[in-house]
Design a protein around this ligand. Structure first.
Ligand SMILES: Nc1ncnc2c1ncn2[C@@H]1O[C@H](COP(=O)(O)OP(=O)(O)OP(=O)(O)O)[C@@H](O)[C@H]1O
Ligand SMILES: [Mg+2]
Length: 263
């Protein structure tokens, strides 16, 4: 069986600047991939490649064995650290807009019974993320955690096969983060999703993921910092007991983050 998603010798370059180089990997359906790496290593760029928002300058990205067209498809949903919902729409309208967007290639306004169905589906999705009592609330009236729940509902209502998360919990308090970990794990299982999640928190990647990818530069030219790009430096399949390798922790945080902080 072929992988859900495959990158073959992928490069991303902006003029002279190499951001990613020689990225080759396969992602299995149903996996939960944590992506870590220093700032500027190309993690968000990697997500944009999978989202189809950006095309590689060399190499290929294949979805189900077929080269991906450079456009966002309904099979991929995305949640960013902040501001992925529309401030001028209520929670319910935000999620209904997600459904309207799934009527590719263009967002369409739904009417009549289709609109009622969309409303029911949106209400169901909002209940699944614990926002059933906040249908008519605007994002500005919500806490950070509620906004991220809303963003997840908006992304999931399109029934994407792949959910892309770019530091989705980075701005949240530790307690709320734990709630979100439980929520995303449940949604991943219930919806049979494939998740790719960028995080600055290596403990989070190891806690939630079935696999962790680290992006970093292997080769550095001090006279031309952009001559070489980042690539996958670690690719770790996880079971629940795996701890991050000390060398990876050091690459991300400097010398000495105690391993116990990561467990
Ligand atoms: N449109 C662009 N033109 C030129 N350079 C770009 C462009 N988009 C991204 N880059 C560069 O690509 C590199 C990787 O950016 P990217 O946002 O993918 O990093 P990241 O790993 O997500 O970083 P962070 O952890 O800070 O979010 C950066 O050096 C950035 O400046
Ligand atoms: Mg980023």
């Amino acid at each position: 069986m072929s992988a859900l998603l495959e990158l073959r010798n992928v490069w991303v370059e902006y003029g002279e600047k190499v951001v990613l180089e020689r990225v080759g990997l396969q992602l299995a359906e149903g996996s939960f991939v944590g992506v870590v790496g220093p700032s500027g290593a190309g993690k968000s760029t990697f997500l944009r490649l999978i989202l189809g928002q950006e095309a590689p300058t060399r190499g290929q990205v294949l979805l189900d064995g077929t080269p991906m067209r450079a456009e966002c498809g309904p099979d991929r949903g995305v949640v960013f650290q902040r501001y992925s919902v529309f401030p001028h729409l209520t929670a319910l309208r935000n999620v209904m807009f997600g459904i309207e967007c799934a009527q590719a290639p263009f967002a369409v306004r739904l009417f009549g019974s289709k609109r009622r169905d969309a409303r029911d589906t949106a209400v169901e999705m909002l209940a699944a993320v614990g926002l059933e009592h906040s249908l008519d609330v605007y994002p500005a009236q919500m806490s950070g955690g509620m906004q991220q729940r809303l963003a997840i509902a908006q992304a999931l209502v399109k029934h994407p096969r792949i959910l892309l998360l770019d530091e989705p919990f980075g701005a949240l308090d530790p307690g709320i983060r734990l709630d979100m970990h439980a929520l995303i794990t449940r949604l991943w299982q219930e919806h049979g999703l494939t998740i790719v999640m960028v995080t600055h928190d290596i403990g989070e990647a190891f806690k939630l993921g079935t696999r962790v990818l680290a992006f970093d530069k292997r080769r550095v030219d001090p006279h031309a910092p952009h001559r070489f790009g980042a690539t996958v430096t670690y690719d770790l399949p996880l079971d629940r007991k795996t701890l991050p390798p000390a060398a990876l922790v050091e690459a991300l945080y400097g010398a000495d983050l105690p391993q116990k902080d990561l467990a």
